[in-house]
Design a protein around this ligand. Sequence first.
Ligand SMILES: Nc1ncnc2c1ncn2[C@@H]1O[C@H](COP(=O)(O)OP(=O)(O)OP(=O)(O)O)[C@@H](O)[C@H]1O
Length: 313
Amino acid sequence: MFLSVHDLTKKYQNKTVLHSLSFDVQKNEILVVLGPSGCGKSTLLSCLNGFTKIDQGDIKLDNQDITEVLPENRDITTVFQSYNLFPHMNVLKNLMYGLKFQKISHADARKKALQMLKLLQMEPYADSRIQELSGGQQQRIALGRGLIVEPKLLLLDEPFSNLDEKLRLKMRQELRRLQKELNMTMIFVTHDQQEAFAIGDRILLMDKGHIQQISSGKELYTNPKNTFVLKFIGETNILSDDDYVRPENIHLTKSNDGQGIVEKVFFQGSTIDYRIKYNGQEFQVTCLNNGKIFAVGQRVRVDYKIAQLGEPK
Ligand SMILES: Nc1ncnc2c1ncn2[C@@H]1O[C@H](COP(=O)(O)OP(=O)(O)OP(=O)(O)O)[C@@H](O)[C@H]1O
């Protein structure tokens, strides 16, 4: 395994915030760390890059035990939500800055920075001042500064959360493109599950410093291991301790003697969400908008197949 984390434990005073985490990351993989606010995502990154000392466990990167290695010698770079760009340097110089600590000539550093600008599709901005760039452009340069040093591992801590929705979607695709072109290994932290699905080869879902599940996004959604995963990922109708049905897996048919009653209609554009009262329980249902929209008070037949926790649907 390229990155191997074993039994990683972190305590602040007497409070354990990371509980014996063990996981691997393959070379050229993007692992997304997902979880609610305060679950320990940033602390985990900080333990990996070495800025936070761990209490227990070990970390191996590319066959080297880096548990006790100083941050600057770990060959790991972190890109943060705040861009941390230098306002007094132009775009090209900001990119070249990352190479300052590598033993390469000024001319080669400049050449590499120009190549990176090309890869980022920002060639016209080489001489621009940082303040002249939009938020998305600044984020792209911050990403470029992390990528240019070609670290063994690139850590990204909610890098797109300052961007508007449209730009965020674009940057997700951009990141995947850059990762493929540069063959990078990345760990990407987010609390946004759509972002996790879009970016991650696999997702490590965490809660209160414990790993709840590590798998592909599809597996996380269709085969949640426990109630936390089930409730955290997507919407769901819980029927009993282990039984549930996802809103899109409920089929409604107009029927005057149907046992379900439409209580609320939420028009979403391409889909329509309904709240249905059926069998003494409220159900959330998502239907494709095929032009036939049920009205509030309509009686409907309700069909679904029950899914069970921990079992493939
Ligand atoms: N320096 C510190 N001293 C004490 N407790 C800390 C410190 N840093 C983090 N914590 C605690 O560790 C836990 C995990 O925090 P962390 O910032 O890693 O969570 P997170 O998942 O990144 O949250 P968010 O999504 O809100 O950024 C929290 O309970 C936090 O209060």
